[in-house]
Design a protein around this ligand. Structure first.
Ligand code: COA
Length: 215
C-alpha cells in the first residue's frame, strides 16, 4: 500500500529513549524521499539536552505548547496510558496527530493506520489489519492478517502478534512475546517480555511465561 506517513512540520512529544528512536524514523523517512520538517521535541520532565544536541535537535518546551505550534505531533513515549492522557488533551484542543512509518517497515494491503501510529524499522504489518490511534509497533515486531489493535496499544521489539488477534485499548505486548492466532487481550493488560499467549487474557491483567499466566 502507499505509505500513510505524514509530511510537513512535526514535533515529537517525549525526548527520552523512544522519542529519540522516533527521530531515527523521521530521519530515515526523509533520507528515503520523505518531506518532514522536524521542529524539535516537547517534554514535561527532565531532559538530557546534550543527547538532543548530538542529534542536531532541540527541546521546544513543555507539552502545553503543542497546540500553539503549527505542526502535527507524534508521541514518542512507550506507555500507552501516558499517550492516552496526552493525546486526549491535545486532540480536545484541536491538535492533529501524524503517522510515521519507517521505510524499512512493511504495511500490507487493506491495512489501516490511525492518526498517531508509529511503525518502527523492521516491523511487519500484513493484510486487513487495523491499528488504532497512537498505537506503536516497535522494531522488528509483527502483526498478522485480520488483526485489530485498538487505540494506545504498544507492541514492543520483536513481539509477534499472530493472525486474527484482537488487542484492546491500551494493551502492551512485551519484548519478544507471542500472541497465538485468534486470541484476545483485554483492555489495559500487559503481556510480559517473552510470554506466549495461548488463551484469551482478561482486561487489566499482567501475564508472563509460556503458556502465559497471571502474575
Ligand atoms: C511483566 C512485567 C510487566 C512485570 O513487571 P513487574 O510487575 O514490575 O514484576 P516484577 O519485576 O516485580 O516481577 C514479579 C515476578 O514476575 C517475574 N517476571 C517478571 N517479568 C517476567 C517475564 N517477562 N517473564 C517471566 N517472569 C517474569 C519475576 O521474576 C518475579 O518473579 P518472583 O516473584 O518469583 O521473583 C515486566 O517484567 C515485563 O516483562 N515488562 C515488559 C517490558 C518490555 O518488554 N519492555 C520493552 C521496552 S522497549
Amino acid at each position: 500500500m502507499r505509505s500513510p506517513t505524514t509530511s510537513g512540520p512535526i514535533i515529537i512529544v517525549g525526548a527520552g529513549g523512544f522519542g529519540r528512536e522516533v527521530l531515527d524514523i523521521v530521519e530515515a523517512i526523509n533520507v528515503s524521499g520523505g518531506d518532514i520538517d522536524f521542529l524539535g521535541f516537547v517534554d514535561d520532565g527532565d531532559v538530557d539536552e546534550g543527547l538532543l544536541h548530538r542529534r542536531s535537535s532541540k527541546l521546544l518546551g513543555p507539552s502545553s505548547i503543542v497546540v500553539h505550534l503549527a505542526a502535527k505531533y507524534v508521541i514518542g513515549i512507550g506507555s500507552g496510558e501516558i499517550r492516552r492522557r496526552l493525546a486526549t488533551e491535545f486532540d480536545s484542543l484541536g491538535a492533529e496527530a501524524a503517522i510515521l512509518v519507517h521505510p524499512a517497515a512493511t504495511i500490507g494491503g487493506d491495512s489501516h493506520l490511525s492518526p498517531g501510529c508509529i511503525v518502527a524499522a523492521g516491523a511487519r504489518v500484513t493484510t486487513n489489519i487495523r491499528l488504532g490511534r497512537h498505537t506503536q509497533l516497535h522494531v522488528n515486531s509483527t502483526v498478522g492478517h485480520d488483526s485489530t489493535l485498538s487505540d494506545f496499544v504498544s507492541v514492543y521489539p520483536g513481539a509477534t502478534v499472530s493472525g486474527n488477534v484482537t488487542l484492546a485499548h491500551g494493551v502492551t505486548i512485551g519484548t519478544g512475546a507471542n500472541v497465538l492466532p485468534g486470541r484476545s487481550v483485554g483492555a489495559s493488560s500487559m503481556v510480559g517480555a517473552g510470554a506466549v499467549v495461548t488463551r484469551d487474557v482478561e482486561p487489566d491483567s499482567t501475564v508472563v511465561g509460556s503458556p502465559a499466566r497471571c502474575l
